[in-house]
Write a protein that binds this ligand. Structure first.
Ligand SMILES: Cc1cc2nc3c(=O)[nH]c(=O)nc-3n(C[C@H](O)[C@H](O)[C@H](O)COP(=O)(O)OP(=O)(O)OC[C@H]3O[C@@H](n4cnc5c(N)ncnc54)[C@H](O)[C@@H]3O)c2cc1C
Length: 417
């Protein structure tokens, strides 16, 4: 294949995986980031490779919960009052995405994206790095109530429909499989096919190293604009210079919306902010990630210690962190694992780049030849990166991907002609 110059903007997990895939296909790739690779949202996530996941965030069963979200600043899903006027258009689309047909289409699209994640990473990383960074230990969901909520019922039905393997775990068995767990949990569900990485940032950096070994280059610069000439992308402008390219992949996570807007393309991307707390050298570690569904976080055993990551805060990506939300996670760690001790905790805030229908935008941009979008993976960017990389490579190569890419189309919201 001809070595056309290809620029990937954003060295998060999505951009890094895409750049690597393209370099292996013969593209002359430059990966540009204003920061270190993997320092954005890909730094602090829960590390879950949610193989076969299919449940969108917007479910109709959430509706009765909304008044509580608005009142509780420390709840699992928070909308900051003062942000409401700005967040309203996205929130209305989020409500609109709760319609049955959209939930069903999103579930199929999410499942298609997540199903091959573990094998995708094995292929991208190679056997040695894969074994070093990924554990195939499953994931345990735990519940403090005897009876499933309405949202749990919807989630179960979708998972059954898409064939996700689930093993119910009775209260008495929970502590056999996770001995450190508090006796407050009444039931659990094991997802045996889920995997996790023990260090999300190192995973992204390993992809970037592999890119360099495949002949790609990495540049540290802030992209200020994507350049087009008529109907063709011609490069990117950084603070210092303009770099020419025949192809540009925009994979800048939450910042992608601003760069797209510079081209006159408006996309409904919202920061769904999440927090983590890491307890270093913890006195107990679970064997696998444990998800507390009602509190919307996952406790994952990682190289740095026990990481509790999750919750959702609808707010500006630029708003300062709310330390109390991270502190809640530290408190919940003790609820999950009573008596846990550790070194001084560290906290983090990340901006999930989210579309209202929980699907990313992966595709070529009509009217701007050579430009592709690869962003908006929300809660599943780590999981969805290998799929995204493959799809972008197929689209540039004009190869049929073997499935319908329409659910990820960049044209599915108004704003892109
Ligand atoms: C608390 C939490 C837990 C999560 N848990 C999971 C999980 O368990 N499993 C899962 O699959 N997903 C999870 N996610 C979601 C996942 O982390 C994200 O979907 C994913 O990291 C998004 O990757 P990205 O590459 O699109 O964005 P990012 O990682 O944010 O990367 C974007 C990059 O673009 C760069 N950039 C931005 N603007 C510019 C510019 N102008 N010029 C140059 N560079 C620029 C940034 O510096 C950054 O490095 C979680 C997220 C959070 C917040």
């Amino acid at each position: 294949m001809a070595t056309a110059r290809t620029i990937v903007v954003g060295a998060g997990v999505v951009g890094a995986a895409t750049a690597l895939e393209l370099a292996r296909e013969g593209h002359a790739v430059t990966l540009i980031d204003r920061d270190e690779p993997g320092a954005g949202c890909s730094f602090g996530n829960a590390g879950s490779l949610s193989a076969g996941a299919c449940v969108p965030i917007a479910l109709p069963s959430m509706l009765p919960e909304i008044p509580r979200w608005l009142r509780d600043p420390l709840g699992p899903f928070r909308v900051r009052w003062r942000y409401l006027p700005r967040g309203l258009p996205w929130l209305l689309r989020f409500l609109w995405a709760m319609r049955r047909g959209t939930v069903q289409r999103s579930a199929a699209a999410i499942h298609q994206m997540t199903a091959g994640t573990t094998e995708g990473y094995r292929r991208l990383l190679g056997e040695a790095a894969f074994t070093d960074l990924v554990r195939r230990a499953g994931q345990l969901l735990v519940f403090e109530t005897d009876h499933p909520s309405a949202s749990e019922d919807v989630a179960r039905r979708l998972r059954e429909e898409f064939g996700l393997r689930m093993e119910p775990v009775a209260a008495a068995e929970l502590r056999q499989i996770e001995p450190a767990l508090a006796p407050i949990f009444r039931r659990g569900i094991l997802f045996p096919d889920y995997a996790h990485t023990t260090n999300p940032q190192r995973l992204t950096r390993t992809l970037v190293n592999a890119l360099q070994q495949a002949g790609g280059s990495v540049r540290r610069a802030g992209v200020t604009r994507i350049e087009r000439l008529g109907g063709q992308v011609i490069g990117v402008a950084t603070e210092a210079e303009t770099l020419a390219a025949e192809r540009v992949v925009l994979a800048a996570g939450i910042a992608s919306a601003g760069l797209a807007r510079g081209l006159g393309l408006v996309v409904p991307l919202q920061a769904e902010r999440g927090y983590h707390v890491v307890l270093p050298a913890p006195s107990v570690q679970p064997r696998r990630p444990v998800a507390h569904v009602a509190r919307a976080f996952i406790a994952t055993p990682m190289e740095q210690g026990l990481r509790l990551a999750g919750t959702v805060e609808i707010d500006s990506a630029l708003a300062p962190p709310n330390p109390a939300r991270a502190e809640v996670l530290a408190t919940l760690a003790r609820r999950l694992f009573p008596g846990i001790e550790s070194g001084p905790p560290t906290t983090w805030l990340g901006n999930r780049p989210s579309f209202p229908d929980s699907r990313p935008m992966i595709g070529l941009v009509p009217g701007v030849a050579g430009l592709a979008f690869a962003f908006g993976h929300g809660h599943l960017g780590l999981t969805g990166a290998p799929f995204t990389a493959r799809l972008i490579a197929d689209l540039y190569a004009e190869r049929a991907p073997g499935f319908d890419p329409a659910p990820y189309a960049v044209t599915r919201f108004r704003g892109i002609a």
